[in-house]
Design a protein around this ligand. Structure first.
Ligand code: TXA
Ligand code: MG
Length: 319
């Protein structure tokens, strides 16, 4: 298994030697390597078993490093970066020649963000290259929000996990591209669309622009090993699953008192707060996934704010 620790000098040395290291961010843990070296990036794809068609995000220490990776930055992108970086916002912009094609899966654009995690920001400021880092899970599995999750999934394939505790946001960053300077949400995430609208006004979604390139957004993703069914009505869904050993994941602990008391129930929050639900989502899925149920039944949360991103993950985990 990998070593867990908080030694950023050690992490920096490994990274300078073209090794890959798991790093904490505020969203989920990333599997990081030198984002300007094709061979190192190839290792990341191999460890994750990730299809070569799914591009990576480059992580930088501050907005000052953005210019060195892209050819063009719309005014709206600058406004968003100034407001939300460091934070759970990834910008997709036209790449320059320094960025290897393998990082972007051959696309002419590159995804970039400044993560809001103190350890990783210090690490990035010690390096003279950006860190390419997809979520540190095996492809299509649940993203890790603790160093232990990372160790469980890919600990055999890496040397070191920089342990930054449990990720404060708990789901991935929001990915934003641009169509004629207008932001378009390519992946809903930890930064809500409402907050983005407050800064730039008009924001598009993929529904407004069906030809937009959004690789890696396959309908199936983020799944635990156990069959997961996301639904609007837990009682009805369970009625159709007689004889199965079921775990139920609800938003609040006091909801669904009507359920058979033999059914294993876990809740995402104490009172229904959606940020708390995002924080706990992958952690609870990890926990239940280890318990060998036949099926996990999860209820969709209210489709507002960060709830939109949670429901996106639930939909794709249950596809
Ligand atoms: O919060 C996060 O974003 C985490 C942490 C580690 O930063 N990272 C993460 O990476 O979720 P990953 O690889 O699991 O998801 C990145 C997604 C890809 O699936 C792809 O859809 C999108 O970013 N992406 C990357 N480059 C892109 C590009 N040039 N155009 C459109 N989408 C892109
Ligand atoms: Mg991922």
């Amino acid at each position: 298994m990998a070593e867990l620790g908080t030694d950023i000098d050690k992490a920096a040395d490994l990274l300078r030697n073209d090794e890959i290291v798991a790093i904490p961010t505020e969203t989920v843990y990333g599997l990081a390597g030198n984002g300007l070296k094709s061979d190192t990036i190839e290792k990341i794809y191999m460890v994750k078993n990730r299809p070569a068609s799914n591009p990576l995000i480059l992580h930088i220490a501050s907005i000052n490093y953005l210019d060195g990776l892209v050819t063009e930055i719309p005014e709206t992108a600058i406004k968003l970066a100034e407001k939300f970086w460091p934070g759970a916002l990834t910008l997709v912009l036209p790449k320059n020649d320094k960025v290897p094609d393998i990082a972007t899966a051959g696309l002419k654009t590159v995804a970039v963000r400044v993560p809001a995690h103190e350890l990783t920001l210090r690490l990035l400021s010690m390096l003279d290259f950006p860190l390419a880092a997809p979520s540190a899970n095996l492809s299509n599995r649940v993203s890790p929000t603790t160093a232990e999750h990372v160790n469980f999934q890919i600990g055999k394939s890496i040397q070191y996990i920089l342990d930054g505790g449990q990720c404060s946001k708990g789901i991935e960053s929001t990915i934003v591209g641009f169509v004629d300077e207008i932001p378009i949400i390519l992946r809903h995430g930890a930064l809500s669309i409402d907050k983005i609208k407050q800064v730039v006004g008009k924001v598009l979604t993929k529904k407004d622009h069906t030809t937009i390139v959004a690789p890696g957004m396959s309908p199936k993703h983020y799944s635990p090993k156990t069959l997961l069914i996301a639904c609007d009505n837990i009682q009805l869904t369970i009625a159709g699953l007689k004889g199965l050993h079921i775990a139920v994941l609800t938003l609040c602990p006091d909801s669904h008192k009507e359920l058979d008391e033999n059914i294993f129930k876990v809740s995402l929050t104490s009172k229904g707060d959606l940020s708390e639900a995002a924080y706990n989502l992958y952690e609870k899925l990890f926990l239940i996934d280890k318990m060998n149920f036949d099926c996990i039944v999860v209820e969709y949360v209210p489709d507002v704010g960060i709830g939109i991103s949670i429901n996106d993950r639930l939909r794709r985990a249950s596809n």
